[in-house]
Ligand binder design. Structure first.
Ligand code: NAP
Length: 571
């Protein structure tokens, strides 16, 4: 179908077959699939002024991907894979943006993207079987299919610390970083937060700031990334091994380009185990987590990794008090998303860096001149909030999404997100959520989980069109079963035991404590999704033109109950 002309000033809705929200990895590929493979008319709307999604917003100092570059990319086009050359083991934010721009040019994507368009609402019109999407500007779009590609960690969380308004200096959140950059030279900088972002940012900020004070609430593990330029040999290996690398990322539970060891921690004597940990520490990055098979499922096994990593902190950090605070970690290794770093702990040996342990001396308020803790006051020119995100549901719930009979997503998810396969919500026909809650998403190398979702959605829409199906909607029974299975999969790991984890929504006051991503592993998840599709989209209610529902709800879904194939999660 040809789209009707789109006039940004008109309140009459422009019609398309599909609207996609978000121009990151998900949205760009979804646009390519629906437009170029299925021949649909598609409009992609994006809040930012350019593409990149997460990478458009997260331009903080040190922003770099924790997945290895040759796996943090699309695999769907072998030509694309072979022609793009990554420069380093882990790509920095600017290089990822260049890559996505290259993708957009290669597949001529920009002509169907409207930037600077933040979606305010999306309402389903049952009579017309259309979604009406309205931007903050008042511009409206209509489409049969609505695909949210809004990212999992795209809603910045600035904690409500009293006094922020009174601060005379400048403050920034890492997830909304100014595109012109921030000059820290001669500045006294306070950084709140020591998650993956804070651990990347602190060493870089410390290089130019007059003084950096890091405010740490929860101490964190970190493993050296061992970032380095890729050698000519490795670049050639990447160019020549697309299929093999794809086979690995698609057959490991967390979508990374390396296998997880089959050895269990207590299969080895302590001395051998120590050797294995040392070797994994030298390899660096998320590969450390792959050193043993049972680190995320057996607390006693995990304790050995935790002890090893804490001993490394004490070895690296010179000041015993600072080392003690940094190593005072209260959760199992990798039960929160494990950071990787370049010189994080070493940064605390610099004379211009101070650690404040908020567990001993909590923040009371922000003052015009800095941060006041219970026992001290820190004078600052700049505050950097590396305080994370309202993850997985935050961005979706900021949009007023209403399905059948005015059903509001915010109400449906009041007690936590409930989806079928992380792809659909009952009551919201033809709305597909790429890497939605209940899918592996953040526990997997993101582009790998994105490709799987985008391709599954594309095939589902192709099936609908080939079979005269107007509506596809998750059935309530199948959704209940899936939610149960998501909980079961999480409970087979150590992940839900960390009460202050953003996987559980615990970082946002008032957010329901529900373990949101699917921890059963990407390979298992992919097999389930394929099986559902092969059985004619089992668990979805499909409605043919002029006919009643062709319900396949709740049949033969017992497969989910098999023991979860949990190894290690990963981002
Ligand atoms: P995060 O993991 O949620 O960490 C937020 C940090 O801020 C935590 O240390 C938290 O302490 C602290 N914090 C929050 N509110 C606070 C308050 N009121 N007072 C003091 N401290 C406060 O966020 P993130 O580091 O931005 O990482 C989020 C996710 O983004 C990562 O887990 C990862 O999935 C992704 N990420 C990926 C990459 C990559 O691959 N390149 C890089 C960075 C981030 P508590 O722990 O005590 O709450």
């Amino acid at each position: 179908m040809k789209p009707e002309a789109s006039n940004p000033n008109s309140s009459a809705a422009s019609r398309f077959d599909a609207i996609i929200i978000g121009a990151g990895f998900s949205g760009l590929y979804q646009l390519h699939c629906l437009r170029d493979r299925l021949g649909l008319s598609v409009k992609l709307v994006e809040a930012g002024d350019d593409l990149g999604g997460t990478w458009y917003w997260n331009r903080y100092p040190g922003a770099r991907c924790d997945s290895e570059s040759h796996s943090y990319c699309y695999f769907f086009s072998k030509a694309l894979y072979e022609e793009w050359e990554w420069s380093e083991r882990y790509p920095g934010a600017p290089e990822i943006l260049r890559y996505l721009d290259h993708v957009a040019i290669k597949f001529d994507l920009r002509r169907d993207i409207q930037f600077g368009t933040r979606v305010r609402s999306a309402h389903y019109d049952v009579a017309d079987n259309h979604w009406i999407v309205e931007a903050e500007s008042g511009q409206r779009f209509r489409a049969t299919y609505l695909i949210t590609a809004v990212g999992c960690i795209s809603s910045a969380n600035v904690p409500e610390i009293p006094g922020l308004d009174s601060f005379k200096g400048k403050w920034y959140h890492t997830g909304q970083w100014p595109h012109e950059g921030v000059d820290f030279a001669g500045k006294r900088v306070g950084q709140i937060g020591t998650g993956s972002t804070g651990i990347q940012a602190a060493p870089v900020i410390a290089q130019s700031a007059k003084h950096l004070t890091v405010f740490q609430r929860t101490a964190n593990y970190s493993v050296p990334a061992r970032n380095a330029p890729l050698s000519a040999e490795f670049k050639q290996y990447i160019r020549e091994h697309h299929d093999e690398i794809q086979e690995v990322v698609e057959s490991t539970p967390n979508g990374h380009p390396f296998r997880i060891s089959e050895t269990r921690v207590f299969d080895l004597h302590p001395a051998e185990r120590q050797k294995a940990y040392e070797a994994a520490w030298e390899k660096g990055g998320l590969q450390f987590r792959a050193a043993f098979q049972d680190l995320l499922t057996d607390k006693a096994a995990n304790d050995t990794a935790a002890a090893f990593l804490k001993s490394k902190i004490r070895e690296i950090v010179n000041d015993p008090e600072t080392a003690k605070s940094l190593a005072d970690i209260d959760h199992p290794y990798a039960a929160k998303r494990p950071p990787i770093d370049t010189n994080y702990f070493e940064t605390f040996n610099r004379s211009n860096v101070t650690l404040v342990n908020l567990r001993k001396d909590p923040i009371e308020r922000i003052t015009p001149n800095g941060i006041k803790t219970r026992d001290n006051e820190y004078e600052l020119d700049v505050i950097v909030f590396a305080t994370g995100f309202d993850a997985l549901t935050g961005t979706l719930l900021k949009i007023d999404i209403r399905g059948r009979d005015g059903l509001c997503l915010r109400d449906v998810w009041k007690a936590g997100p409930r989806t079928y396969l992380g792809l659909q919500v009952p009551g919201f026909p033809n709305l597909f959520t790429v890497t939605g809650p209940g899918s592996p998403s953040v526990l997997c190398n993101m582009p790998v989980s994105i490709e799987q979702h985008v391709e599954w959605i594309t095939e589902c829409i192709a099936y609908m069109r080939d079979n005269g199906i107007e509506r596809c909607e998750a059935a309530p029974e199948a959704t209940e079963k899936w939610v149960e299975h998501v909980n079961e999969a999480a409970n087979a790991t150590l992940l839900p035991r960390v009460r202050h984890s953003w996987y559980l929504g615990a970082n946002i006051p008032g957010k329901p404590r529900v373990f949101m991503p699917y921890a059963g592993g990407m390979t298992r998840y992919r097999a389930i999704c394929n099986d559902v599709a092969a059985k004619g989209y089992e668990g979805f209610v499909l409605t043919r033109s002029g006919q009643g529902a062709d319900a396949k709800a709740g049949t033969a879904l017992n497969d989910f109950e098999a023991a979860a194939d949990i190894s290690t999660p990963g981002v």
